[in-house]
Design a protein around this ligand. Structure first.
Ligand SMILES: C[S@@+](CC[C@H](N)C(=O)[O-])C[C@H]1O[C@@H](n2cnc3c(N)ncnc32)[C@H](O)[C@@H]1O
Length: 389
């Protein structure tokens, strides 16, 4: 790697720079980081995302200095294209992965004050939006557009040591933010068989969850626990019946997805984040969300659908003002990648893109957040125990 160092500029939004997670001014980065970021990840449905965001960012109904929050900055591909296309745009890029923040910040440093990176989970989108709005002198507390390109980046998948890929041998980490929290290895070492099966069934939609969980616990009890990505992939393969192995790609895919979702609490964060994002855009503002697995897409679809429909009881002869829809669809159902994109970037295959326009202010019609789930402590056997043996 080229060792030349430059400085990441941060500080596009005045006061908001003081947020402690912002990339600190003066942080040294390698110039080659900028080029690396562009090579590491190909943004999915890029043109479609920008076209869908455009009505909120340019034209007669857009402010002179629009603001976009990119909740999933990654390698900064979507943000870079937005900053290039919309010349007065400012972008706040959120990512929970410090490595992504560093690489994308280097890539986008050329935009100076127009870009700022924040290392955080995207359920902080509402407070970051209101800070940015205030710093830009808006009293409304809302921004113009929000983009969420969910899941993992190619950086995370392709760096073996991150432990996300069943194709590469590595420790079972899978944390998007490696500075803390439990790893996939911690879950495999400590969850009891029942809990493990639940994680695989719910987060991976894995039909053979019980068998795989039993296999993991059996190895643990034998004093030979699964200790690497390839060992886990091999165990899953051995637990899945031969007939099922012949269809649906690598049998380890669902187990790896499930552990990644559990390690990063992905669905719980998303459930909080989507209503907060919807409540952070102005009337006429747009949200664009790309999902890569059905569990995410279901959450997105459900939250958007609630905004598209009236909340008035069916039997009422008219819809009262406060029960009117507060969102309008900006796509017909979900957009998918076309054949050209699939050929150029096979990782675009699972994408489902949904977009919406806010048509009533959040102050009048807030998108409701899910009630916090009660912490349950189901009666369980100790971690090492297997049921019925
Ligand atoms: C598919 S990538 C985004 C790629 C990006 N659009 C680009 O063009 O380079 C998803 C990114 O979202 C980040 N991410 C996932 N869940 C997150 C969360 N809950 N909060 C913040 N960032 C998250 C990941 O770390 C990853 O870098």
């Amino acid at each position: 790697m080229n060792d030349t160092r430059t400085t990441v500029s941060s500080g596009p939004f005045g006061r908001v720079d003081e947020v402690d997670e912002a990339v600190p001014a003066g942080r040294p980065v390698a110039e080659s980081d900028a080029a690396q970021a562009a090579e590491l990840h190909t943004p999915v449905l890029l043109r479609q995302c920008l076209d869908l965001l455009a009505p909120a960012l340019v034209g007669p109904n857009a402010p002179a200095r629009p603001i976009l929050i990119d909740c999933t900055l990654g390698m900064g591909g979507h943000s870079e294209a937005a900053l290039e296309r919309f010349e007065n745009l400012s972008v706040i890029g959120i990512d929970r992965d410090p490595e992504a923040i560093a690489l994308a910040s280097a890539r986008l440093a050329r935009f100076g004050e127009r870009f700022r990176a924040v290392c955080a989970t995207y359920d902080r989108v509402d407070s970051l939006a209101s800070d940015a709005a205030e710093a830009a002198g808006r009293r409304s507390g809302v921004v113009d557009a929000i983009l969420m390109d969910l899941g993992v980046s190619s950086l995370q998948l392709d760096r073996a040591e991150r432990g996300f890929s069943y194709l590469r041998s590595a420790p079972l980490d899978m944390r998007m933010d490696q500075s803390g929290g439990r790893t996939a290895q911690d879950i495999l070492d400590t969850a009891d068989e029942h809990e493990l099966a639940r994680i695989l069934r719910v987060y991976g939609e894995e039909r053979f969850a019980a068998r795989i969980a039993a296999g993991v616990v059996r190895r643990r009890e034998a004093g030979d626990p699964v200790r690497s990505t390839d060992a886990l992939a091999e165990l899953v393969r051995a637990c899945v019946p031969a007939a099922a192995r012949r269809t649906g790609g690598n049998p380890a895919k669902r187990t790896f997805q499930a552990l990644r979702v559990a390690v990063n609490a992905e669905l719980a964060v998303l459930e909080r984040a989507v209503p907060r994002a919807l409540n952070s855009i102005r009337v006429g503002g747009r949200i664009v969300i790309e999902s890569y697995q059905s569990l995410e897409d279901r959450i997105v679809k459900r939250v958007l659908a609630a905004g598209f429909s009236s909340s008035a009881p069916q039997e009422l002869p008219f819809v009262p003002q406060d029960a009117m829809p507060y969102l309008e669809p900006a796509t017909h159902g979900a957009l998918k990648a076309d054949d050209n994109e699939l050929a150029a970037n096979p990782r675009s295959a699972p994408v489902r893109l949904r977009a919406a326009t806010r048509i009533r202010p959040a102050a009048e019609a807030p998108a409701p957040e899910p009630a916090p789930r009660p912490r349950t402590h189901p009666a369980r056997k100790p971690a090492q125990g297997r049921r019925g043996r």
